[in-house]
Ligand binder design. Structure first.
Ligand code: COA
Length: 264
């Protein structure tokens, strides 16, 4: 991917330990077109490959939207089975984010609809501005959420709230989104970047291996029966008994100083 430039549909820039990925089609409310589907995975891969990056943040450019969903202007009937398969492969643009080893945050302002909400749901943590609105309008367009929405929303907010949003296509405001657990923090629009920067900085300052294995325990354990999840947690916890950072944290505590983590 090229260096950050204003003309590309996905911008990537690293600031300190944070890799910022910006959907950059503000004139179309950052609707996800084929260019975004191509560039977004590359930006995630770039953040994953950069050892300096400890947290990935996704946001939308412009005043009005995090992302207004899939680009409806690109909707077309497949002309052949091959093209149908290609269109289907197009739906996997969130896979690299889903399988990323680094934690991810969504900084959400304005509209967060359809594929935009599915993108936010793929992130580990969602922080939203007061003006944020959320919805999955797909059924009104004769389709269903196809980038994880039907699966991730119900796991996050429960079947009832998920089915309400998915079957009605109605939008909810940020208070409702916070109430049902769709976002974990709400801030003023002017504070969104600062709050996300703060939170990303806090996570980036924790022991990297511990952050990675805690994430793994939560994500992999979520779909397991409790006994298997507890076993997974015990295995991952004992892996960390051998880490240098664990000893460094204890030494820093005794010496009343900040720990210096090396990620091993
Ligand atoms: N796909 C393609 N273009 C989109 C878009 C989308 N999902 N959402 C917004 N845009 C474009 C509009 O076409 C418009 O561009 P234009 O002036 O060249 O036509 C521009 O973004 C601004 O949107 P506009 O509709 O003029 O703003 P609005 O305030 O009147 O309405 C919405 C905002 C979000 C209610 C309306 O744009 C909308 O319904 N978008 C579709 C949302 C959706 O269904 N997403 C899920 C797709 S599966």
């Amino acid at each position: 991917m090229n260096e950050p430039s204003d003309s590309t549909a996905v911008r990537y820039e690293r600031q300190g330990a944070v890799g910022w990925i910006t959907l950059n089609r503000p004139q179309s409310l950052n609707a996800v077109n084929s260019e975004i589907r191509e560039l977004f995975p590359r930006a995630v891969e770039r953040a994953e490959a950069d050892p300096e990056v400890r947290v990935i943040v996704v946001r939308g450019a412009g005043e009005r939207a995090f992302c207004a969903g899939a680009d409806i202007k690109e909707f077309q009937a497949p002309e052949s089975v091959v093209q149908a398969r290609q269109l289907r492969a197009h739906m996997h643009w969130l896979r690299p984010l889903d399988s990323a080893l680094k934690p991810s945050l969504a900084a959400i302002h304005g509209l967060c609809l359809g594929a935009g909400l599915e993108l936010a749901l793929t992130c580990d943590i969602r922080v939203a501005a007061h003006d944020a609105q959320f919805g999955l309008p797909e059924v009104g367009l004769g389709i269903i959420p196809g980038s994880g929405g039907t699966q991730r929303l119900s796991r996050l907010v429960g079947l009832g709230h998920a089915l309400h949003l998915i079957l009605s296509g109605e939008r909810i405001d940020v208070e409702e989104a916070y109430r049902i657990g769709l976002v974990s923090r709400v801030v003023r629009g002017s504070q969104l970047t600062a709050e996300v920067e703060r939170l990303a900085g806090v996570i980036a300052g924790r022991a990297p291996l511990a952050v990675a294995l805690a994430r793994e325990a939560v994500h992999r354990g979520y779909d397991l029966p409790l006994a298997d999840g507890l076993r997974l947690e015990a295995d991952l916890a004992s892996l960390l008994l051998t880490s240098e950072d664990r000893l460094e944290a204890a030494a820093a505590f005794r010496e009343k100083r900040r720990p210096f983590f090396k990620g091993r």
